[in-house]
Design a binder for this molecule. Structure first.
Ligand code: FEO
Length: 400
């Protein structure tokens, strides 16, 4: 049975939600599910904008058929060829063989790689325009937001930006479609940040280029491929501002992410001591996370949000604890920069973890170590309490 929503007079959301998928890209937990957004424009020509993941093809197909109401499909715009949006393209082309696919040259190469024909495909380039009747679309390339073939499409008539992965979010829509139907800042900013930072975070400079292009457009709606649609000026301004910060790797807030790797609770104790000393001194915007039971995607999201990061790790196999190593590696892989770090190592006979972290930080861009690494030997005592107190002071001083 169909389940669609109207975006504008002529535009329909024909996507679907998926709460059965545990891991997005088979790596990032999505306890609140995800949506795969696709849209149908009903003009003199009927136009499908992107498709959906194979997991939701039945729903997606029923939605498209309902909106078309017996009409043929004239065009399929493919803004992004990643399979979470293009897996149902094969079926759409079987159902509507006359529909012309509009996409980038790079996407055509990918279509063939994914076993699709390149027949009946029209390549569009930067700035190309096509009229579908009342609605005129312009296409803009957006390479590496998040794959190289990506483009975004802009409907000048209704001022709709189809933004591909940009401005998306984790989370099932659950009937809502618009950001103004939820408390976006309270409930959706975090999943949007976790989505952006882990999926697109590496490509900040490319996102900046897209923001620059978008700034020249009069945008009334942003229709992303995941998450909510933005239609109110204040919601559009909010998410654009967040994207500007995230893609420049600028922290959103002064605050401290304290991540610890602890085997028997001693390093953990130091983490809580550091948090308490920070709060004593007036910095209560602290997040304490155990890297052993917090998926790294959440750590990355918080690392993008906050100005300071404290890493406390036990030494393991004469090296860094594996979960902490994964977090540090992931920050490097995503190109995070401009953060201030405090490092505490623990070890019973040969503490090494701090030196390993410091070496990694030195290899990253714009990372500052705000003090020498601190060392705990087995458990915290009066001396280490003093060291941690001093560290808290220096962290706060670094924020001024
Ligand atoms: Fe939602 Fe890059 O695909």
């Amino acid at each position: 049975m169909y389940c669609v929503r109207k975006v504008t007079e002529d535009l329909y959301w024909v996507g679907a939600n998926d709460r059965r998928l545990a891991l997005f890209e088979n790596i990032h937990p999505i306890p609140e599910g995800t949506s795969y957004n696709a849209y149908v424009l009903m003009d003199e020509k009927a136009v499908l904008v992107d498709t959906a993941d194979w997991d939701v093809t039945r729903q997606f197909r029923e939605n498209v058929e309902h909106v078309l109401n017996g009409r043929n499909l004239d065009y399929i715009i493919i803004n992004h060829m990643e399979p979470d949006h293009s897996a149902s393209l094969k079926l759409m082309r079987e159902l509507y063989p006359d529909a012309v696919v509009l996409t980038t040259a790079k996407a055509v190469t990918m279509m063939k790689q994914y076993g699709l024909t390149d027949e009946n495909v029209q390549v569009v380039k930067e700035g190309d325009t096509i009229s579908f009747g009342k609605h005129e679309f312009t296409f803009y390339s957006a390479p590496m937001v998040h794959w190289p073939e990506v483009m975004v499409s802009y409907d000048k008539t209704d001022k709709v930006l189809f933004s591909a992965d940009a401005f998306g979010s984790f989370g099932s829509l659950d009937g809502r479609l618009f950001a103004d139907e939820v408390n976006y800042q309270r409930d959706w900013a975090e999943p949007a940040r976790r989505y952006y930072t882990n999926i697109v975070g590496k490509y900040g400079p490319q996102v900046q280029k897209l923001l620059q292009k978008a700034s020249g457009l009069d945008i009334g709606y942003i229709c992303p491929l995941h998450g909510l649609v933005f239609r109110k000026a204040e919601d559009i301004a909010y998410i654009v501002e967040k994207y500007d910060k995230w893609s420049k790797y600028e922290p959103e807030e002064k605050g401290v992410l304290i991540c610890y790797a602890s085997m028997y609770g001693n390093t953990e104790e130091a983490a809580y001591m550091l948090a308490a000393r920070l709060c004593d001194k007036g910095m209560s915007n602290v997040e304490v996370r155990d890297v052993s039971n917090t998926h790294v995607s959440y750590l990355i999201s918080s690392a993008f949000k906050l100005s300071n990061i404290a890493l406390l790790s036990v030494t393991y196999n004469n090296n860094l604890f594996p979960n902490m190593a994964n977090f540090v590696d992931d920050m490097a892989r995503l190109g995070l920069k401009n953060r201030k770090f405090a490092v505490v190592e623990n070890g019973t006979w040969a503490p090494q973890a701090g030196s390993v972290i410091v070496k990694h930080l030195e290899e990253m861009n714009g990372m500052t170590l705000i003090d020498d690494k601190a060392t705990i030997t087995s458990s915290v005592n009066e001396n280490t309490a003093e060291v941690i107190d001093k560290l808290a002071e220096e962290i706060i001083a670094s924020m001024i």
